[in-house]
Write a protein that binds this ligand. Structure first.
Ligand SMILES: [Zn+2]
Length: 259
């Protein structure tokens, strides 16, 4: 042990004498080197940490990350605009009104009268729900270019005694504007409330190419509804007209809820 230690401390006369002569210079160099190393490591460690934070922790409120990353509060993005109150505008056509009587029964009951009765009742229900609604004549000049939420034309079928199958209702939607949702809403509400069957096999070109579909503006959903047959469905269309009227109003409400 002692021998080894003595060996490592073997004096080297030239270097030792040099060091002794230049001790103040050596001390200065040592202090300067230590100071520079301290400064280097101080800033290097700080800079390294900030860079790492900016790269790995987006949104951290550090000076380096602020310019690149910004904290955004987590909240859902709303895609729809808030609805302003009462923008809906519904037009009902009281079928044949102002033009002719439509189908006529032997005792004088006319389709036009039935259509008018039901249209008035639907109108009352929509107004009570604060929906803007008008009842137009069959060939009302206001139909030209009408731009609103929906058009529903009310008609009824023949009063002829043409057998047991002459009962039920029909709906045809405009082929110019997608009216399927309006159609589906009214159809399901009407079938449920009235118990009538959907009478698809007697839909005529008068319905599918209905004149009002061509007159109103593109983009307005429109349907024509045959509320029932004046013969077999007469009671429901006259004395119980509140039932089909409520069903039509409910169908329109269903449609408006989806708008
Ligand atoms: Zn008609």
């Amino acid at each position: 042990m002692h021998a080894k230690r003595d060996q490592s401390w073997q004096p080297q006369p030239f270097l030792v004498s040099m060091a002794r002569r230049n001790l103040p210079l050596l001390l200065f160099l040592a202090l300067a080197a230590g100071g520079m190393l301290a400064v280097y490591f101080f800033f290097q460690s700080n800079g390294g940490a900030a860079t790492a934070a900016a790269a790995s922790v987006p949104g951290e409120d550090g000076a380096l990350s602020a310019a690149i990353f910004k904290k955004i509060p987590a909240k859902p993005v709303l895609q729809r605009f808030a609805q302003s109150p009462g923008p809906e505008r519904i037009v009902l056509i009281a079928g044949h009104r102002g033009h002719d009587a439509g189908a006529v029964c032997e005792d004088g009951l006319t389709e036009a009268a039935v259509n008018q009765l039901i249209a008035e009742k639907v109108y009352t229900r929509l107004r009570a729900a604060n929906v803007r609604v008008d009842v137009y004549d069959e060939f009302d000049p206001r139909l030209q270019g009408f731009s609103g939420t929906a058009l529903v034309s009310l008609h009824a079928d023949s009063c002829d005694a043409i057998g047991d199958h002459a009962t039920g209702f029909k709906i045809s939607g405009s082929s110019r504007t997608d009216s399927s949702r309006l159609s589906t809403c009214v159809e399901s509400a009407y079938a449920q409330a009235t118990g009538l069957l959907f009478h698809a096999n007697t839909i005529t070109p008068d319905m599918t190419d209905y004149h009002a579909f061509r007159e109103i503006a593109d983009g307005v959903p429109a349907i024509i509804l045959e509320t029932g047959f004046l013969n077999l469905d007469r009671e429901m269309l006259t004395t119980n007209a509140d039932v089909p009227a409520q069903a039509i109003a409910d169908g329109i409400f269903c449609f408006l809820e989806g708008e």
